[in-house]
Design a protein around this ligand. Structure first.
Ligand SMILES: Cc1ncc(COP(=O)(O)O)c(C=O)c1O
Length: 421
């Protein structure tokens, strides 16, 4: 009789992990109050305030700015939209380059393409999984205009070194904080260190508004241009008739009042959500610390991660089980884990056969060949395993199930010899 669920034995866990996001009466009431107000998007309907959005949007922005102690927060309908606006607002011109990590979500890089600029990929650090400052330096060219570090899985990138490099070369820094709201780098909230920071509120993020994004900055010009990009390039001036005239190329990246109302309620709970994430993630990491074939993402002790994801380097040689077999076995036990994250972005067809973006006057040498970022490749194709489940409303007993399942697989690893996917 097999013991492992993968081979027909009983599952460690037969019920799903608790559903996320956590929504309660507060979000419900907030949505109803917007419906009752009759204003779903004041951008269009209220005289005098079109450009800045409705009441809920402005309240959400103010809360976000106050929390981060920055002057400006601009809400968007996604982080992708906010990243694109950030690239434009940072003055990146067609054919210029933005250096970023290949180990991230697609729009960290495509936001440059949307401005006819060119992403250039710099490798990541093998232990923190975040962009390596040394690799950034190697990629700087006369065309480089900005750096977009990502605080991957909630853990801050090495911002001191990144800011030094930016200063030395006169570059803008756009922090992609989509996975890290409330995270701190050496005591400083992420998003407040670079020229601007961008957050995401899509459904599986630390806080959600359904869909949504936020850009924060202390630079008035970045805030103004970001608002223009959000609003068809059209600045509607308070108490003056609308001109329907666009100053710059803009889209409709506006958040709705309902999204903002949900975002406000979620934002009020963000610190508490992050504390739960930290508690659960640290419990998982410490419970697995005797397994020398698993190395958690390195988070320097002076930093605070938002633990969007808990990720480990898996050492196939040491444990003697191929990564895929191990992850399949965990999944079969009822424990959601993934092998790898997003394939290093330069593997996407968009950087090869489709290439819709190639700016015909581009004079640089961006390289999208396999092998350009070997550490990211090794992590993705061979080493990284990760889970999203250390988040509210999960509890310690949910984490105990993960630890039991890992222990069970190790005890019965001989059974996996019969499993050949
Ligand atoms: C690192 C990173 N950047 C950008 C985004 C894009 O966010 P959104 O889905 O809000 O556009 C995501 C979301 O998955 C992300 O993880």
């Amino acid at each position: 009789m097999a013991r492992l669920a993968l081979l027909g034995g009983p599952k460690t866990r037969s019920i799903p992990f608790p559903p996320h996001p956590v929504l309660d009466e507060r979000e419900r009431k907030a949505v109803l109050s917007v419906l009752e107000s009759g204003r779903l998007s004041t951008f269009v309907a209220a005289p005098g305030k079109h450009f800045l959005g409705g009441e809920k949007i402005r309240e959400f922005e103010q809360l976000f700015a106050d929390y981060h102690k920055v002057q400006y927060a601009v809400a968007f309908n996604s982080a992708t939209a906010a990243l694109h606006a950030a690239v434009v607002a940072c003055g990146v011109q067609p054919g210029e380059e933005v250096v970023t990590t290949p180990y991230t979500f697609t729009s960290t890089a495509t936001s440059a393409l949307m401005a006819n600029a060119v992403p250039v990929f710099a490798d990541v650090d093998a232990e923190t999984f975040n962009i390596s400052p040394d690799a950034i330096e190697e990629r700087i060219s006369p065309l480089t205009k900005a750096i977009t570090p990502v605080h991957l899985f909630g853990a801050p990138a090495d911002m001191d070194r990144i800011m030094q490099i930016a200063k030395k070369h006169g570059l803008k820094v756009i922090e992609d904080c989509a996975q890290a709201p409330g995270a701190r780098y050496r005591g400083k909230l992420v998003g407040t260190i670079g020229d601007c920071g961008v957050f995401s509120f899509t459904e599986n993020k630390n806080i959600t508004s359904g869909e949504g994004g936020m850009l924060i900055t202390n630079d008035e010009r970045i805030a103004d241009v970001a608002r223009l990009v959000r609003n068809h390039g059209e600045a509607v001036v308070a108490n003056q008739p609308r001109t329907y005239s666009s100053s710059i190329l803009g889209w409709n990246y506006r958040m709705t009042e309902i999204d903002a109302a949900i975002g406000i309620e979620q934002f009020k709970k963000m610190d508490q959500f992050n504390q739960t994430r930290n508690r659960l993630a640290k419990k998982l990491i410490s419970s697995l610390s005797n397994m020398d074939w698993l190395a958690p993402q390195r988070i320097p002790p002076e930093d605070y991660s938002a633990f969007y994801v808990v990720a480990f380097r898996y050492d196939e040689q040491k444990i003697g089980i191929p990564r895929k077999k191990f992850v399949d076995a965990l999944n079969a036990e009822g424990i959601p884990f993934g092998a790898g994250y997003v394939k290093p972005l330069y593997y996407s067809p968009i950087y090869h056969e489709n290439r819709p973006f190639i700016y015909r006057h581009y004079r640089g040498a961006a390289d999208y060949s396999p092998g350009v970022c070997p550490v990211a490749e090794r992590l993705h194709f061979r080493e990284l395993i990760m889970t999203l489940v250390c988040r509210p409303p999960a509890t310690e007993s949910d984490i105990d199930d993960i630890v039991s399942a890992v222990g069970k697989i190790i005890e019965n690893k001989h059974e996996l010899e019969a499993y050949n996917p």
